[in-house]
Design a protein around this ligand. Structure first.
Ligand code: PYC
Length: 405
């Protein structure tokens, strides 16, 4: 049995880096790989390198809780994430790779009048953008998630929920591998263990990058698709980003019989939970309360998480946690991303994802590829430019966060 798979073809090839590429993408997560895929497939731009300092998907793409949704608060955000859900819906067919998207529904609980008001607000904005969301009451919630304690005697009684049927979960690693395989098949070079340590800029124009192994790779276009390190990479090009980096922790239990068909989120109790196809419960919370680059788990996090989860679903008290981990979230002042051109010609950014990055992978790749090919941001990301911070055009998306930050 151990020999099975030994002769499988590699999903993507190893190449010696060229001396120059038309486009260098920094960061081999879902954003970088999707950008490479859509550059090749939608625009015929294939002389592209993706440089990843570790292994592909080793950052936020492999550390998130795999939740997809488009039930945001601003019209710009709803349109953007809806396009991502639509791309995810046919991604398995587009990539010929099973990404296991399960549109099982997404429910955000309201435990007080002000969050119920926000749920109504989001539902109305969603409907106006053609996205399926509505506010449901405790008996409907109980029908969808029988294990939830909806009684009025809890510390934070459940008053209602924003219910979003198109939301769900996906196999996040498969999304990374599928985009990598497709980009590679179209001629893109993926270089793992290739850390960018410098970006060359001459007369306000990008000319290439330098790597930790001493190479200089020239390119007229460099795209920052990193998370966690986005400020450090942008600083190399002399572009300051209004971003602060915080760890976000998550944990997974032992597998049990399927009983939870819906993604459940509680902002008040700072937690979200879903059940994977293998039967494990995946939990997350809000970002850690201090800026840091640590990706270690903490006891403080699991203690708080366990207490909050048991307030929602007391029947889980005997379940054992198997693993915990953390990823890095680049928070912007308005909780919307920073995408598109920068003051340095040829230097593009796709950063500032906070806790929303994984679900935006496909639409970001599609939009960044169009931005690079046409030299200007497509309409769907026009609101997310870096210049909005100078011009006071913020896109406040904090109200759509799964949990408080
Ligand atoms: O925004 O859905 C979300 C989310 C889940 C985990 C982190 N963010």
């Amino acid at each position: 049995g151990l020999g099975v798979g030994r002769d499988w073809e590699r999903a993507f090839r190893h190449h010696t880096p060229r001396e120059s590429y038309d486009v260098v993408i920094v960061g081999g997560g879902v954003h970088g790989l999707a950008t490479a895929h859509y550059l090749a497939v939608n625009h015929g731009i294939t002389n592209v390198a993706v440089l990843e300092k570790s292994y592909i998907g080793s950052g936020g793409s492999g550390r998130n809780t795999a939740i997809l949704r488009s039930n945001y608060l601003t019209p710009e955000g709803v349109r953007f994430y809806d396009r991502s859900v639509k791309l995810y819906e046919h991604l398995a067919a587009d990539l010929n790779f099973n990404v296991m998207f399960s549109q099982r529904g997404h429910m955000t609980l309201a435990h007080n009048d002000s969050s119920l008001r926000t749920m109504h607000w989001r539902a109305e904005v969603n409907k106006l953008q053609g996205v399926d969301s509505s506010v449901i009451d405790p008996p409907e919630i109980k029908k969808l998630v029988p294990y939830l304690d909806v009684s009025p005697s809890t510390r934070y009684p459940i008053l209602g929920a924003l219910y979003h049927p198109p939301g769900g979960i996906i196999r996040h690693d498969a999304v990374v591998w599928g985009y990598a395989r497709s980009a590679d098949a179209h001629g893109v070079h993926i270089h793992q263990k290739t850390e960018v340590v410098g970006i060359d800029v001459v007369a306000n124009r990008v000319t290439g990058v330098r790597t930790a192994d001493g190479r200089r790779i020239s390119a007229p276009v460099v795209v920052n698709c990193t998370a966690g390190w986005s400020t450090l990479i942008s600083d190399m090009a002399g572009v300051a980003m209004p971003v602060q980096t915080f760890p976000l922790q998550a944990a997974v239990t032992e597998p049990v019989r399927p009983f939870l068909d819906t993604v459940v989120v509680s902002g008040t109790l700072h937690t979200y939970v879903s059940q994977t196809d293998r039967g494990e419960l995946v939990f997350g919370a809000s970002v850690d309360p201090f800026a840091s680059y640590s990706t270690r788990g903490s006891l403080d996090f699991v203690e708080g998480l366990a207490g909050h989860v048991l307030e929602l679903m007391p029947a889980l008290s005997k379940m054992r946690l198997l693993r915990q981990w953390a990823g890095l979230c680049d928070m912007t002042p308005d909780y919307s991303p920073i995408m598109g051109l920068t003051p340095v010609e040829g230097f593009y950014v796709d950063v500032g994802w906070g806790t929303y990055g994984f679900k935006a992978g496909p639409v970001s790749g599609e939009a960044m590829a169009a931005c690079i090919a046409n030299g200007k941001p497509p309409e769907i990301i026009a609101a997310f430019g870096l210049d909005r911070f100078d011009e006071g055009r913020l896109v406040g998306e904090k109200g759509a966060a799964a949990v408080g930050h």
